[in-house]
Design a protein around this ligand. Structure first.
Ligand code: PGA
Length: 250
């Protein structure tokens, strides 16, 4: 069975004080026996403070990006090994906002994934179609292209270092959640692709998260589907009670 994971993508939100309070509240109110693994991904600059607060908890810390290279003259970049030193365990790569706004092409994402693995970070690899692509019947092509670029380029991927997040671009931050049927259908397709590219055993063990306006109200109806093993949560991860409720949606 794939691990159940609920990851919060704080994006470029929170002040330092907000981030500390949110981490503290999550720590105090999450119970050791939550039904899923919780991960929070704060902005880079708050990772140290958040890691310190969550050190003795069952909540893991992730980053929202990492550099495509290991070290050197790359002004403004943050390497995967630097994140590892701060206690980071996961890194979100291939998020649609980075694909659309920061030139994260499939080739760049592949390099970032290699860096993440070299630093012993677990990858949360995002994929998803725009509304125009969905309407043009290209959903499966888009998912195949985005995922194959990484899955065919690296040979040591396993359920211990890879999580997939299906995030339809039209559902992110819009309040337009994919229906459980739409999400399950995409997840079923991804599951088959993983089986084909990584073998049945690995393909069946990798956690598939849904992301895109997932919240405390709709999470349970999504997570009850066979191939939806949790969520990547943006807006609703900024409220401790909502995030914890999503983490207990099974
Ligand atoms: P949202 O964002 O939950 O605010 O739609 C999800 C994401 O971008 O990961």
């Amino acid at each position: 069975m794939p691990k159940k994971i609920v990851a919060g993508n704080w994006k470029m939100n929170t002040s330092l004080e907000d981030a500390k309070q949110l981490a503290q509240s999550l720590k105090e109110n999450s119970h050791q026996d939550t039904s899923s693994k919780l991960v929070v991904c704060p902005p880079f600059v708050w990772i140290h403070a958040v890691s310190e607060i969550l050190r003795e908890s069952n909540i893991s810390v992730g980053a929202q990006n990492c550099a495509a290279t290991a070290s050197g003259a790359f002004t403004g970049e943050i390497s995967a090994s630097m994140l590892k030193e701060l206690g980071v365990e996961y890194v979100i790569l291939g998020h649609s906002e980075r694909r659309a706004m920061f030139e994260d092409t499939d080739a760049v994402i592949l390099e970032k994934c290699k860096q993440a693995l070299a630093a012993d970070l677990q990858i949360i690899l995002c994929c998803g179609e725009t509304l125009a692509e969905r309407e043009a019947g290209k959903l499966e092509d888009v998912l195949t292209t985005q995922l194959s670029a990484v899955l065919k380029g690296i040979d040591q991927l396993t359920s211990a270092n890879l999580v997939i997040a299906y995030e339809p671009v039209w559902a992110i931050g819009t309040g337009l959640t994919a229906t459980p049927e739409q999400a399950e259908s995409a997840h079923g397709f991804i599951r088959n692709l993983l089986r084909e590219l990584l073998g049945n055993e690995t393909g069946e063990e990798i956690s598939l998260l849904y992301g895109g306006s997932c919240n405390a109200t709709n999470a349970a109806s999504l997570f009850e589907r066979d191939n939806i093993d949790g969520g990547l949560i943006g807006g609703a991860s900024l409220k401790s009670a909502d995030f914890l409720k999503i983490g207990n949606s099974w």
